[in-house]
Ligand binder design. Structure first.
Ligand code: AMP
Length: 355
């Protein structure tokens, strides 16, 4: 039987493996630092849990396999410059921007984008890392080492942040989960909630945007589109050519989770519309210790990534799914977590639809 190799052996790889197991698939995440000679067969399939990787013994073997799904797409979306160019080319709304070149000046940034401008490193930035604010009021200049390596983006005064997770099969069939409302604190995702009735009017628009993109890239698998909601408009902030943290709630809240859908798509298995079971919420475990007392909480599912706990590091997540908002509210009340969690839990509580 052929193997589905996953480039990267972090939590996303582990959850892809977990989703593929009941389907009888042999899913093997590979640590990018592995120096092992992989026993790759020509009929195997390769996918990735990350959008960029260094050239190592392991990644070289995987990235030269002829069945690496979406291989050409990864560099296009991993570089914020080419990602933004794709969005512009497809006429998909995104925050106004320009590439930071060797001769770029802060004066030009303020003139064209306004008094607050966010520079983002083209490569390697995630969870709010690799960002640098230019503020006209502080007369911030562009540091030399950001020139030629970043894009500059207008500060968006958004109402809230939402994301859409979709899947596209080899024949172009697409399916989408309902829009997810996300809370980021200091650039890192703390909590998600879905589905929300009040986001339904934006669903078709979001699906059309992501469909256009996946179609243009002839993409196969799960892709996530993170957006700013500004009134009735959606501006694309970031695209992830992989399973995504804001789709983790689908493990508890959907008949087919994002991980299974990705595995099905890349191996050519039938896709089916996923049925959303009930109200779901997700809380990321960031820099907090494992506490098995969480398991006493009704309708809670724990995912612990077995990583060393460090400040700011994602080490697990909690999913909650229930048809009874009171059960979900009670769960939030029972979570006793350090700052900034009270902010995240209050945010979830405020967004929970009432009966
Ligand atoms: P990113 O790494 O691009 O996903 O950004 C992380 C977070 O920074 C986002 O989820 C937003 O909360 C914030 N952010 C990113 N871009 C902008 C922007 N242009 N204006 C305002 N906030 C932003």
């Amino acid at each position: 039987m052929s193997v589905l190799w996953v480039l990267g052996a972090g939590q996303l790889g582990a959850m892809l493996k977990q989703a593929g197991t009941p389907l009888g698939l042999d899913v093997r995440p590979v640590d990018i630092e592995s120096t092992e000679t992989l026993n790759l067969s020509p009929t195997d399939i390769v996918t990735a849990e990350r959008e960029e990787w260094p050239e190592t013994v392991a990644t070289k073997q995987l990235a030269t396999h002829s069945n690496f799904v979406n291989l050409a797409t990864f560099p296009q979306l991993a570089d914020r410059l080419t990602q933004k160019q794709w969005l512009d080319r497809l006429d998909l709304a995104t925050a106004p921007w320009f590439p930071v070149e060797s001769d770029s000046t802060a004066a030009f940034a303020y003139e064209t984008l306004g008094e607050r401008v966010l520079m983002k490193q083209r490569r390697g930035g995630y969870d709010g890392k690799g960002q640098y604010w230019l503020k006209q009021s502080d007369a911030t200049e562009i540091p030399e080492d950001w020139k030629g390596r970043a894009i500059a983006e207008q500060a968006i005064n958004f109402d809230e942040e939402v994301s859409l997770v979709g899947v596209r099969g080899k024949d172009g069939e697409t399916h989408f989960y309902p829009l997810t409302l996300n809370l980021h604190i200091n650039g890192i995702l703390y909590a998600s909630i879905s589905p929300l009735e009040r986001l339904k009017p934006l669903q078709d628009k979001a699906e059309a945007m992501l469909s256009k993109l996946m179609g243009a890239l002839d993409y196969v698998g799960v892709m996530a589109m993170e957006c700013f909601r500004v009134g009735d408009d959606l501006l694309i902030n970031e695209l992830a050519p992989r399973v995504h943290n804001s789709g983790h709630w689908t493990q508890a809240g959907s008949s087919v989770c994002q991980f299974e859908n990705h595995v099905r798509a890349v191996t050519g298995l039938p896709l089916a519309p996923a049925e959303v079971k009930n109200q779901s919420m997700m809380v990321n475990l960031i820099g907090v210790d494992l506490d098995y007392q969480w398991l006493n909480i009704k309708d809670l599912e724990l995912y612990w990534y077995k990583k060393e706990v460090r400040p700011g590091r994602k080490v697990g997540h909690l999913n909650f799914c229930s048809g009874d908002p009171e059960v979900l509210q009670a769960a939030l009340n029972q979570l006793n977590m350090p700052a900034p969690y009270p902010e995240a839990l209050t945010w979830l509580s405020e967004n929970l639809p009432q009966k």
